[in-house]
Design a protein. Structure first.
Ligand code: SF4
Length: 466
């Protein structure tokens, strides 16, 4: 349906709120852009955990009756994107298990790159897995440790490598952990006397909560009746925050890695206008994600901004299976040109990224058939040429059009009059890191911040879990 990389998960947790399940429902709704194929909530009433989860959008999975089955003043929730055929409901999170006499639930955003090796090791010792998810490995490792839940979690996580922002719920505590490189975001919020942990700050606005601060890379936050405590149980690592959160994944009304996503996207558009100017009559975005960068491009270039494409908000991402033949149809379902705006004009169309190029080609054809005279595609990120192994669903390298085609070839394929990509330097400047330090940009550069375990065969490195 959309030719985009896909964020695989969003997480939300609350402690000390009488309507914990309802708040989590709203929080997950605000994070729906991070995963549309499954949703789940686990609550704790202080003695046991209650779980409800299913495939579908948050609003489809939960109704009043289902939320009423989730008592307690603390909760965690999860939204998930999953690729076809990778397990359905059995991989839907949160996962909840009993170990010893203690219940624990877990929600994960990210991907563990050594999960396959750990799984084989654990299976060799007799462990039985109920899902095909990398996340389940963490539960097995926790069960083998001793001590209080936070100690067991910290010890278990010493063994995993990769990207993880995690929420744990026990009968007494809500625990949040962010991996030492800080790949995925995680923030701390407050609503009266209750505390919140969430993937993005956009989850706070809907429930009238306030942003307190980011959970730091490598930090464990323990929330219980005694308040909020912070620990740093892992060795320090170089930061590798996902720069693509700013390009596309995060919602523009969020603060991510300390910066307004909207502001960084506008700046990407400004950089793009400086790097790839063109004589044109109108700047239009590919809605919705291209809007802030298009505004930046228009402001910087002085070319008027307009809406030449309208997006239907009623097409669910699960409307159809993502096969090649139907993807063609899907673009038309989702985007529609406004001929009166486009007719006879030289158009700059701003998109955030090109993955396979299939959608860009459809959009350009659509604009041309609506009467646009020239179409200049401007992309507010560098060419995507490497897959992601840190919690983002990417096609394999052969499917990434920029990995095997020159700019001229891509321009001909999408039938645009010109294409201009934002440079890596421009993207880094837009997020405030001139030399790129503190960020992962491996999908543009191939410089992966974590080496892959050599024993893991390539087929296991395909990212399918959130
Ligand atoms: S490879 Fe790309 S999408 Fe994956 S974490 Fe790095 S910047 Fe983000």
């Amino acid at each position: 349906m959309t030719d985009k990389l896909k964020e695989e998960c969003g997480i939300f947790g609350v402690f000390g709120a009488s309507e914990a399940a309802n708040l989590t429902y709203l929080g997950l709704h605000a994070l729906q852009h991070r995963g549309q194929e499954a949703a789940g909530i686990v609550t704790s009433d202080g003695s046991q955990l209650h779980i409800q989860k299913d495939l579908g959008l948050v609003q489809d999975v939960f109704d009043a009756a289902r939320l009423n089955k989730l008592p307690g003043d603390r909760a965690i929730g999860h939204v998930r994107y999953g690729t076809a055929g990778d397990g359905g409901i059995k991989n839907a999170q949160p996962f909840a298990v009993d170990y010893g006499n203690q219940p624990i639930a877990l929600a994960h955003n990210g991907h563990l790159i050594n999960a396959e090796n750990l799984r084989r090791e654990l299976e060799g010792q007799g462990a039985i897995f109920f899902s095909s998810s990398d996340t389940e490995v963490i539960l097995h490792l926790i069960a083998r440790e001793a001590g209080e839940p936070a100690d067991r979690i910290a010890a278990a996580l010493q063994r995993v490598e990769g990207a993880y922002s995690l929420l744990f719920l026990t009968d007494r505590q809500l625990i949040g952990v962010r991996d030492p490189r800080g790949f995925r975001p995680l923030i701390l919020g407050r609503r009266g006397s209750s505390h919140i942990l969430a993937s993005e700050t956009c989850a706070l606005g809907l429930i009238d909560a306030e942003f307190v601060r980011e959970v730091q890379p490598g930090e464990m936050v323990i929330i219980d009746e005694e308040g909020v405590r912070s620990f740093f149980p892992f060795p320090t690592r170089p930061l590798a925050r996902c720069i693509f959160e700013h390009v596309y994944f995060a919602r523009p009304d969020s603060i991510v890695f300390g910066q307004s996503v909207y502001a960084t996207r506008v700046e990407m558009g400004r950089e793009l206008a400086r790097q790839h100017p063109v004589e044109a009559d109108l700047v239009i975005p590919v809605p919705d994600s291209g809007v802030p960068a298009a505004i930046g491009y228009a402001e910087e270039s002085g070319i008027p901004f307009g809406l030449g494409l309208v997006r239907s908000h009623y097409v669910g991402r699960t409307f159809i299976e993502p096969t090649q033949s139907i993807r063609h149809f899907g673009v038309r379902l989702k985007l529609s040109p406004i001929a009166d705006v486009l007719r006879g004009k030289r158009i700059v169309v701003v998109d955030d990224s090109i993955v396979r190029g299939t959608t860009s080609r459809k959009i350009v054809k659509m604009l041309r058939s609506a009467g646009a005279r020239e179409i200049h595609l401007r992309v507010s990120s560098p060419p995507t040429v490497w897959p992601c192994f840190y919690g983002i669903d990417t096609p394999n390298r052969q499917e990434l059009i920029a990995a095997s085609h020159t700019l001229d070839e891509i321009t001909r394929y999408v039938t645009a009059d010109s294409i201009g990509y934002l440079s890596l330097e421009g993207l880094r400047r837009a997020v405030g890191s001139e030399d790129g330090s503190g960020y992962c940009d491996a999908c543009f550069t191939g410089r992966y911040p974590i080496r892959f375990p050599s024993e893991a065969p390539a087929r296991h490195l395909k990212v399918v879990e959130g």
